[in-house]
Design a protein around this ligand. Structure first.
Ligand SMILES: Cc1cc2nc3c(=O)[nH]c(=O)nc-3n(C[C@H](O)[C@H](O)[C@H](O)COP(=O)(O)OP(=O)(O)OC[C@H]3O[C@@H](n4cnc5c(N)ncnc54)[C@H](O)[C@@H]3O)c2cc1C
Length: 399
């Protein structure tokens, strides 16, 4: 691979068979597959000064491996995605656990038998657990709507407790909502896990890349025919002529007939011509302490207090054994397209989907132009899901 930090200088790209915008999972996997399976010469254009997209990690000044865009834990039941990535990394066994901090009491999330015993007195907890097992069976995840749909006051009490203490305030902070605006259909899906399993995920494959995500990306992109141009914005490379029913793309001043795979924000690429799509953004505040650990596990959610949604302590996840630790507080906020601000989460609604579809229609009017990824498709993907989708897209293009 050639990785070139263009420092804003526009590279000449018209001689490449394919131009991929974005060096996150979506773009990097497609680029690798086009180069490896079809021998294509691929240019990746990335506006940041590093590869890896939001999964990028790096060592901070204290030597702690931190995730620069929020904590990323790999978990999947998809053997193809897992085996694919396993070509580029060994894995560190890591089973993620999340605790909710209820005014200083830590309870496992998802809310489970152990959580019940933390928040109700011993007799009540015993009878609630027996009731859950008798009505729903053991080792089951039951959405709180199912508890509410019974006429049993004990089950209602559990559902209300979970809603008010684990879900409501966290969701309000995450999405900037009032209690009344919290979507009842999402609420309904909040689970109670009738189990002693404190893990956040129960997937077959779970872990962290042994040498970090950035190293995984370096290996993934280290292939003949792939050149990565960092610090270049696609909007400076791709020029559109929308005067016809078929939109044309120009690169280096000439019409480009090769393949374009776009993984960035679709509204921004087209100069927000139909108006901006709404997103949530995040602010991260890091603190380093001269102690082994700061909190009891990798992630603690603040579900009844504080302005931040959660605190991540990276050394739990990365397996680093140090006498120093770095934590990260995560604040959710509206995306306002300010310089340096990143759109993290699409805000899914029928109205926003219809808005997105206008851009999709425009993109579909360009030959050999493919949209993929959390921004380009305006939806949420976990890492395994986007790897899987990128492999499917590569199948489609290569075939
Ligand atoms: C806070 C947070 C935590 C997460 N935690 C997990 C987790 O624990 N487990 C999990 O499986 N998934 C997690 N995810 C999801 C994961 O981040 C995504 O699956 C993944 O990032 C999707 O990859 P992508 O390539 O679509 O997008 P990205 O990683 O965002 O990559 C897109 C790339 O395109 C570049 N780009 C955009 N516009 C342009 C442009 N105009 N010109 C040039 N380059 C451009 C961007 O700079 C970026 O590098 C998390 C997401 C967030 C936000």
């Amino acid at each position: 691979m050639g990785v070139i930090d263009s420092a804003g200088k526009i590279p000449e790209l018209s001689s490449y068979d394919a131009i991929v915008i974005g060096a996150g999972f979506a773009g990097s996997v497609v680029a690798r597959e086009l180069a490896q399976r079809s021998g294509k010469k691929v240019a990746i254009v990335e506006s940041r000064d590093h590869v890896g997209g939001n999964a990028y990690d790096k060592y901070d000044d204290a030597g702690v491996l931190i995730h620069a865009y929020g904590p990323h834990i790999f978990h999947t039941n998809d053997a193809r995605a897992y085996e694919y990535l396993s070509q580029f990394t060994d894995w560190l066994d890591y089973q993620h656990e999340v605790l909710a901090n209820l005014h200083g009491t830590y309870i496992p999330v998802p809310f489970n038998k152990n959580s019940i015993e933390k928040v109700f007195d011993a007799d009540k907890a015993k009878s609630y657990i027996e009731k859950l097992i008798s009505v729903f069976g053991d080792e089951r995840k039951v959405p709180i709507i199912e508890l509410r749909n019974t006429d049993d006051p004990q089950l209602h009490e559990i559902a209300d407790f979970v809603y008010n203490n684990v879900f409501l305030y966290y969701t309000q902070k995450q999405w900037g909502l009032t209690p009344e605006e919290v979507d009842p259909s999402v609420t309904a899906r909040v689970p109670v896990f009738i189990s002693r399993d404190n893990r956040y995920f129960q997937d077959k494959y779970q872990g962290m890349p042994k040498d970090g995500y950035t190293k995984l990306f370096d290996n993934l992109l280290d292939f003949e025919g792939i050149d990565v141009f960092l610090s270049v914005d696609a909007r400076d490379v791709l020029k559109f002529d929308k005067s016809d029913s078929k939109t044309k793309v120009y690169v280096d001043g000439n019409e480009y007939k090769g393949i374009i795979v776009y993984t960035g924000a679709i509204d921004e690429l087209f100069d927000n011509c139909f108006g901006r799509l709404p997103y949530r953004s995040l602010d991260f505040v890091y603190e380093t302490y001269n102690q082994k650990h700061w909190q009891p596990c990798g992630t603690v959610n603040y579900t009844v207090s504080e302005d931040y949604t959660r605190i991540t302590e990276f050394t739990y996840m990365t397996g680093q054994d140090l006498d120093v630790t770095t934590i990260m507080k995560e604040y959710s906020r509206p995306y306002e397209a300010k310089p340096g601000q990143i759109p993290y989460y699409a805000i899914i609604s029928d109205e926003n989907q219809a808005h997105y579809n206008q851009y999709k229609e425009l993109a579909d009017s360009i030959d050999n132009f493919y949209l993929i990824g959390r921004l380009a498709e305006y939806r949420y993907y976990n890492m395994d899901a986007i790897v899987s989708r990128a492999l499917e897209l590569a199948d489609e293009i290569c075939d």
